[in-house]
Design a protein around this ligand. Structure first.
Ligand code: BG6
Length: 302
């Protein structure tokens, strides 16, 4: 399945608050700009790349070295990890974090809401290549609402006749003033798997602060998280009541250097606080049922 052309998207969707462009040749994206906020979303992966509420600093981080190439994941924004999170359970050859972030999605609807927000609905385009990785019949939709806050809702339907076990996460990269000076609140007392310590199971004491590589999957917690950022005089609220896992990740310098698309000092200005259902919290979706995971990002002044 190929990505659509900007010309065909322009023909299908004419709305004052949206425009189509190419961050790189043959790599279409949609820009949303309304009185409440602004966002850029790649058609591949239905991946939000940037978001800024009107009159405020950017909230979603995109690497200065991000690559916009079909089949490659974009470093930054809100990658959709689906239908598994992290490495595939049985087949290491399958892509980490699933395939949703590296395949074309279709823009199905674009509407302006009464409150001034713009809402886009995407569905993943199934193809022989996606079916080879995931034969189950589970159409998935992402609804993105760009307004005073950024809201995403990922909905999976099981159209098959057997239950399906699903892993998922919205792998969001946030803009921060300085990794050494921020704290993530809301995970106090939660239990986590520490990926940088052989998946050891630990309990979070106090807010999460970062002074080295951090890669943790917090489980059985759906409380709001707050990225407390005195440098930007704000806190970002992460509200995701149907996400029972939170992943906190910063690769720190050495890993970032090896990655090659995080920017020279990129790791200092970003943190991933990902809302999902991973590891122990994977969702068993009965035949005929739907499952939705909503996240909402909003900003408060400190
Ligand atoms: C995090 C994982 O969610 O994503 C990390 O916990 C991983 O282990 C990181 O390194 C980035 O993954 P990727 O595939 O986008 O480089």
């Amino acid at each position: 399945m190929a990505l659509p052309s900007v010309a065909s998207l322009r023909q299908q969707f004419a709305l004052d608050s949206i425009s189509f462009y190419e961050p790189a040749p043959d790599f279409p994206a949609v820009r949303v700009e309304n009185r409440l906020g602004r966002a850029e979303i790649a058609i591949q992966g239905a991946q939000v790349m940037t978001y800024r509420p009107a009159g405020q600093e950017p909230v979603i981080w995109l690497s200065t070295d991000a690559k916009f190439k079909p089949g490659k994941s974009i470093r930054g924004g809100v990658p959709v990890c689906w239908p598994w999170f992290g490495p595939h359970d049985e087949d290491a050859a399958k892509p980490g974090h699933g395939y949703a972030r590296t395949v074309p999605w279709g823009l199905r609807q674009a509407v302006e809401l009464d409150n001034g927000a713009t809402q886009l609905t995407f569905t993943l385009e199934e193809s022989d290549a996606t079916r080879a990785m995931w034969p189950q019949a589970t159409p998935v939709e992402l609804q993105i609402t760009v307004g005073e806050s950024l809201r995403l809702e990922l909905t999976t339907k099981n159209m098959g006749s057997e239950p399906v076990v699903l892993g998922e996460a919205l792998h969001t990269y946030f803009v921060i003033s300085d990794i050494a000076k921020i704290a993530v609140q809301g995970l106090e007392g939660a239990s986590f798997y520490d990926k940088v310590d052989g998946m050891a199971r630990k309990v979070q004491k106090g807010p999460v602060t970062v002074g080295a590589e951090v890669d943790r999957v917090y489980v059985d917690t759906n409380a709001d998280c707050w990225i407390h950022d005195p440098g930007l005089k704000r806190r970002i609220r992460v509200h995701a009541p149907a996400a029972n896992s939170t992943i906190v990740w910063n690769p720190w310098q050495e890993k970032a250097d090896q990655m090659g698309d995080l920017g020279e000092t990129g790791y200092q200005g970003m943190i991933c606080v990902e809302s999902g259902n991973a590891l122990d919290n994977r969702v068993t979706l009965p035949a005929g049922k739907s499952h939705a995971m909503m996240v909402k990002y909003s900003v408060e002044a400190l």
